[in-house]
Design a protein around this ligand. Structure first.
Ligand SMILES: CC(C)(COP(=O)(O)OP(=O)(O)OC[C@H]1O[C@@H](n2cnc3c(N)ncnc32)[C@H](O)[C@@H]1OP(=O)(O)O)[C@@H](O)C(=O)NCCC(=O)NCCS
Length: 177
């Protein structure tokens, strides 16, 4: 596998992106290490948000910016920014949410996630704050975000299908190195 190239997604990427979204979401939340997410809730979320119409609309939305890690035409990960999306836990003048951040399993633990986050931070420009929500039981993601300079600023809830989960809200520290 050659080194990944990072680029902003276009509407033509929708089909391949949806494949990656569905696969990584299922792997993340249906896997044993959480053990708490019901498969029916996972599938309900997938049906609600990862269909072609929703994704075509998100890719065309100027407030959304999707960064892809592309390895020879195969997608290895993606980060989705929602410009202007605010959280009461992370007030600031130019909020931007990292709404989704997923790296395909063969690429986890290999540094690609850190590169992808750097690209997302670059794409967020002068966002203040850059923030995200992470499932409280997702220890690996929380450890990764801490390495990237995100710190806990509050809590929120996240609806997955019929389940309401507790999320930690993190914000990127200002004046990071
Ligand atoms: C979260 C994610 C992007 C992190 O990327 P990654 O390549 O796995 O990250 P890294 O290996 O660089 O860092 C993860 C850190 O978690 C910790 N970690 C590694 N494996 C772990 C495990 N099985 N359980 C708990 N923590 C773990 C380590 O501290 C590791 O850092 P270190 O090896 O430098 O000490 C990636 O794992 C992923 O896409 N996961 C599935 C999707 C997801 O959960 N997205 C976040 C949604 S909010």
């Amino acid at each position: 596998m050659s080194a990944p190239r990072f680029r902003v997604a276009e509407p033509a990427d929708a089909e391949q992106l949806i494949g990656l979204m569905v696969r990584t979401f299922r792997e993340t939340y249906s896997s044993d290490h959480f053990g708490i997410c019901r498969p029916a809730d996972v599938e309900e979320y997938i049906a609600e948000y990862f269909g072609p119409e929703v994704q075509q609309a998100e890719l065309a939305d100027p407030a959304m910016r999707t960064i892809l890690a592309d390895c020879d035409g195969e997608l290895a990960g993606y980060g989705q920014l929602r410009l202007g999306s605010a959280s009461p836990a992370a007030p600031g003048p130019r909020p931007c949410e990292v709404a989704r951040f997923y790296v395909d399993r063969p690429w986890q633990g290999r540094g690609l996630a850190a590169q992808l986050m750097r690209e997302c931070i670059r794409a967020a420009g002068d966002a203040d704050p850059l923030w995200l929500g992470v499932y409280e039981h997702n220890r690996r993601a929380r450890a990764f975000y801490a390495k990237c300079g995100f710190v806990p600023v509050g809590r929120s809830t996240f609806r997955m299908g019929g389940d309401v989960q507790d999320d930690c809200i993190l914000a990127l520290q200002p004046n990071r190195p």
